[in-house]
Design a protein around this ligand. Structure first.
Ligand code: PSU
Length: 300
């Protein structure tokens, strides 16, 4: 049973020892509306190619786990309805039932490990949801970072979350959280938060070195690189925070739970900012892809 099917581009890249960056697909199916999701997915892949690396977008298609999608597969996935949101818990079931599923950060890390890829770029990881003391809603992304050796480049945890609690859980799991080029944690749509980052580094080479050092020490788990959104694209915290608060209040009122919470909040914030949150989201993913490509260069 072939566990994972690699794209032609990925097979060739690995044969030739080129740097590779993994990409997720939940952001395409559940994180952004069509057609911006497809345009973004293509742009992000092209950003990685322009930086001299090779992209590999992960997804389960009709039961097969793919590392790297062919252009027609990417296009079909971006428009498909009824796609599962697949994390560690449901990946095997989705595959064994022959279903189609988009991979979250957790599932993409698993796929990257299987495909021999060490670096992965996304928008923002999942984390501890606000009110988790009652709901226990904590993304499986955090436990995955604690056990799978992939360096994940994100603009921090999504600002809809309880970021201080997210940092606490990552600390418990032994995950290095490294802010890139600044001392404080970025806050997804905003460059800055009032939270100091546990660690800070200013070069892709140092991040790659730390990745290797963890492996040499025999430590399981990955690293989270928190890369601030470019200044010209950010929505300052003072502007986005009241909107996040409104979206969260509506989610509670409407009884939105579990896997629906994140997609609901992203969609509501998109509506309340009249599309500006999406422009920022696209810019930060592209920015993360470029940094991930740079790190990947230092890991081949
Ligand atoms: N980054 C984005 N948009 C997204 C995500 C990341 O810019 O939609 C997805 C990732 O797949 C991540 C998921 O794993 O959101 C988190 O979902 P949850 O909070 O349900 O674990």
């Amino acid at each position: 049973m072939a566990m994972i099917t690699k794209s032609t581009e990925l097979l060739k890249a690995q044969e030739n020892g080129l740097p590779v960056v993994a990409l997720e697909s939940t952001i395409i199916t559940h994180g952004m509306p069509f057609p911006q999701n497809l345009e973004t997915a293509r742009m992000v892949e092209d950003d990685i190619r322009a930086a001299g690396a090779v992209p590999a977008t992960m997804a389960v298609i009709d039961g097969t786990l793919h590392a790297g999608l062919e252009p027609d597969q990417l296009e079909a996935l971006a428009q498909a309805r009824d796609v599962d949101k697949v994390s560690r818990a449901d990946m095997a079931v989705c595959m064994s039932l022959g279903r189609t599923g988009a991979t979250t950060v957790a599932a993409t890390m698993i796929a990257a490990r299987l495909a021999g890829i060490s670096v992965f770029a996304t928008g923002g990881i999942g984390g501890v949801h606000r009110g988790a003391e009652d709901t226990f809603d904590i993304s499986a992304d955090l436990a995955e970072l604690g056990q799978t050796a992939v360096t994940v480049v994100a603009a921090g945890a999504k600002a809809i979350l309880d970021v201080p609690k997210t940092l606490e859980v990552l600390e418990t799991y032994g995950v290095p959280v490294i802010a890139y080029g600044q001392p404080d944690m970025p806050a997804f749509w905003s460059r800055h938060s009032d939270l100091p980052a546990p660690l800070s580094m200013s070069s892709a080479q140092d991040i790659a070195k730390a990745h290797r050092m963890r492996a040499a020490l025999g430590l399981p788990g990955g690293q989270l690189v928190a890369n601030p959104v470019p200044e010209e694209d950010e929505i300052p915290a003072a502007q986005i925070n009241p909107i996040i608060a409104q979206a969260l209040a509506e989610a509670t009122e409407q009884g939105i739970t579990a896997k629906q919470v994140t997609p609901f909040l992203l969609q509501r914030i998109f509506e309340l900012t009249e599309g500006r949150s999406l422009v920022t989201n696209i810019a930060l993913v592209r920015n993360n892809a470029r940094l991930a490509a740079e790190i990947a260069h230092h890991l081949v």
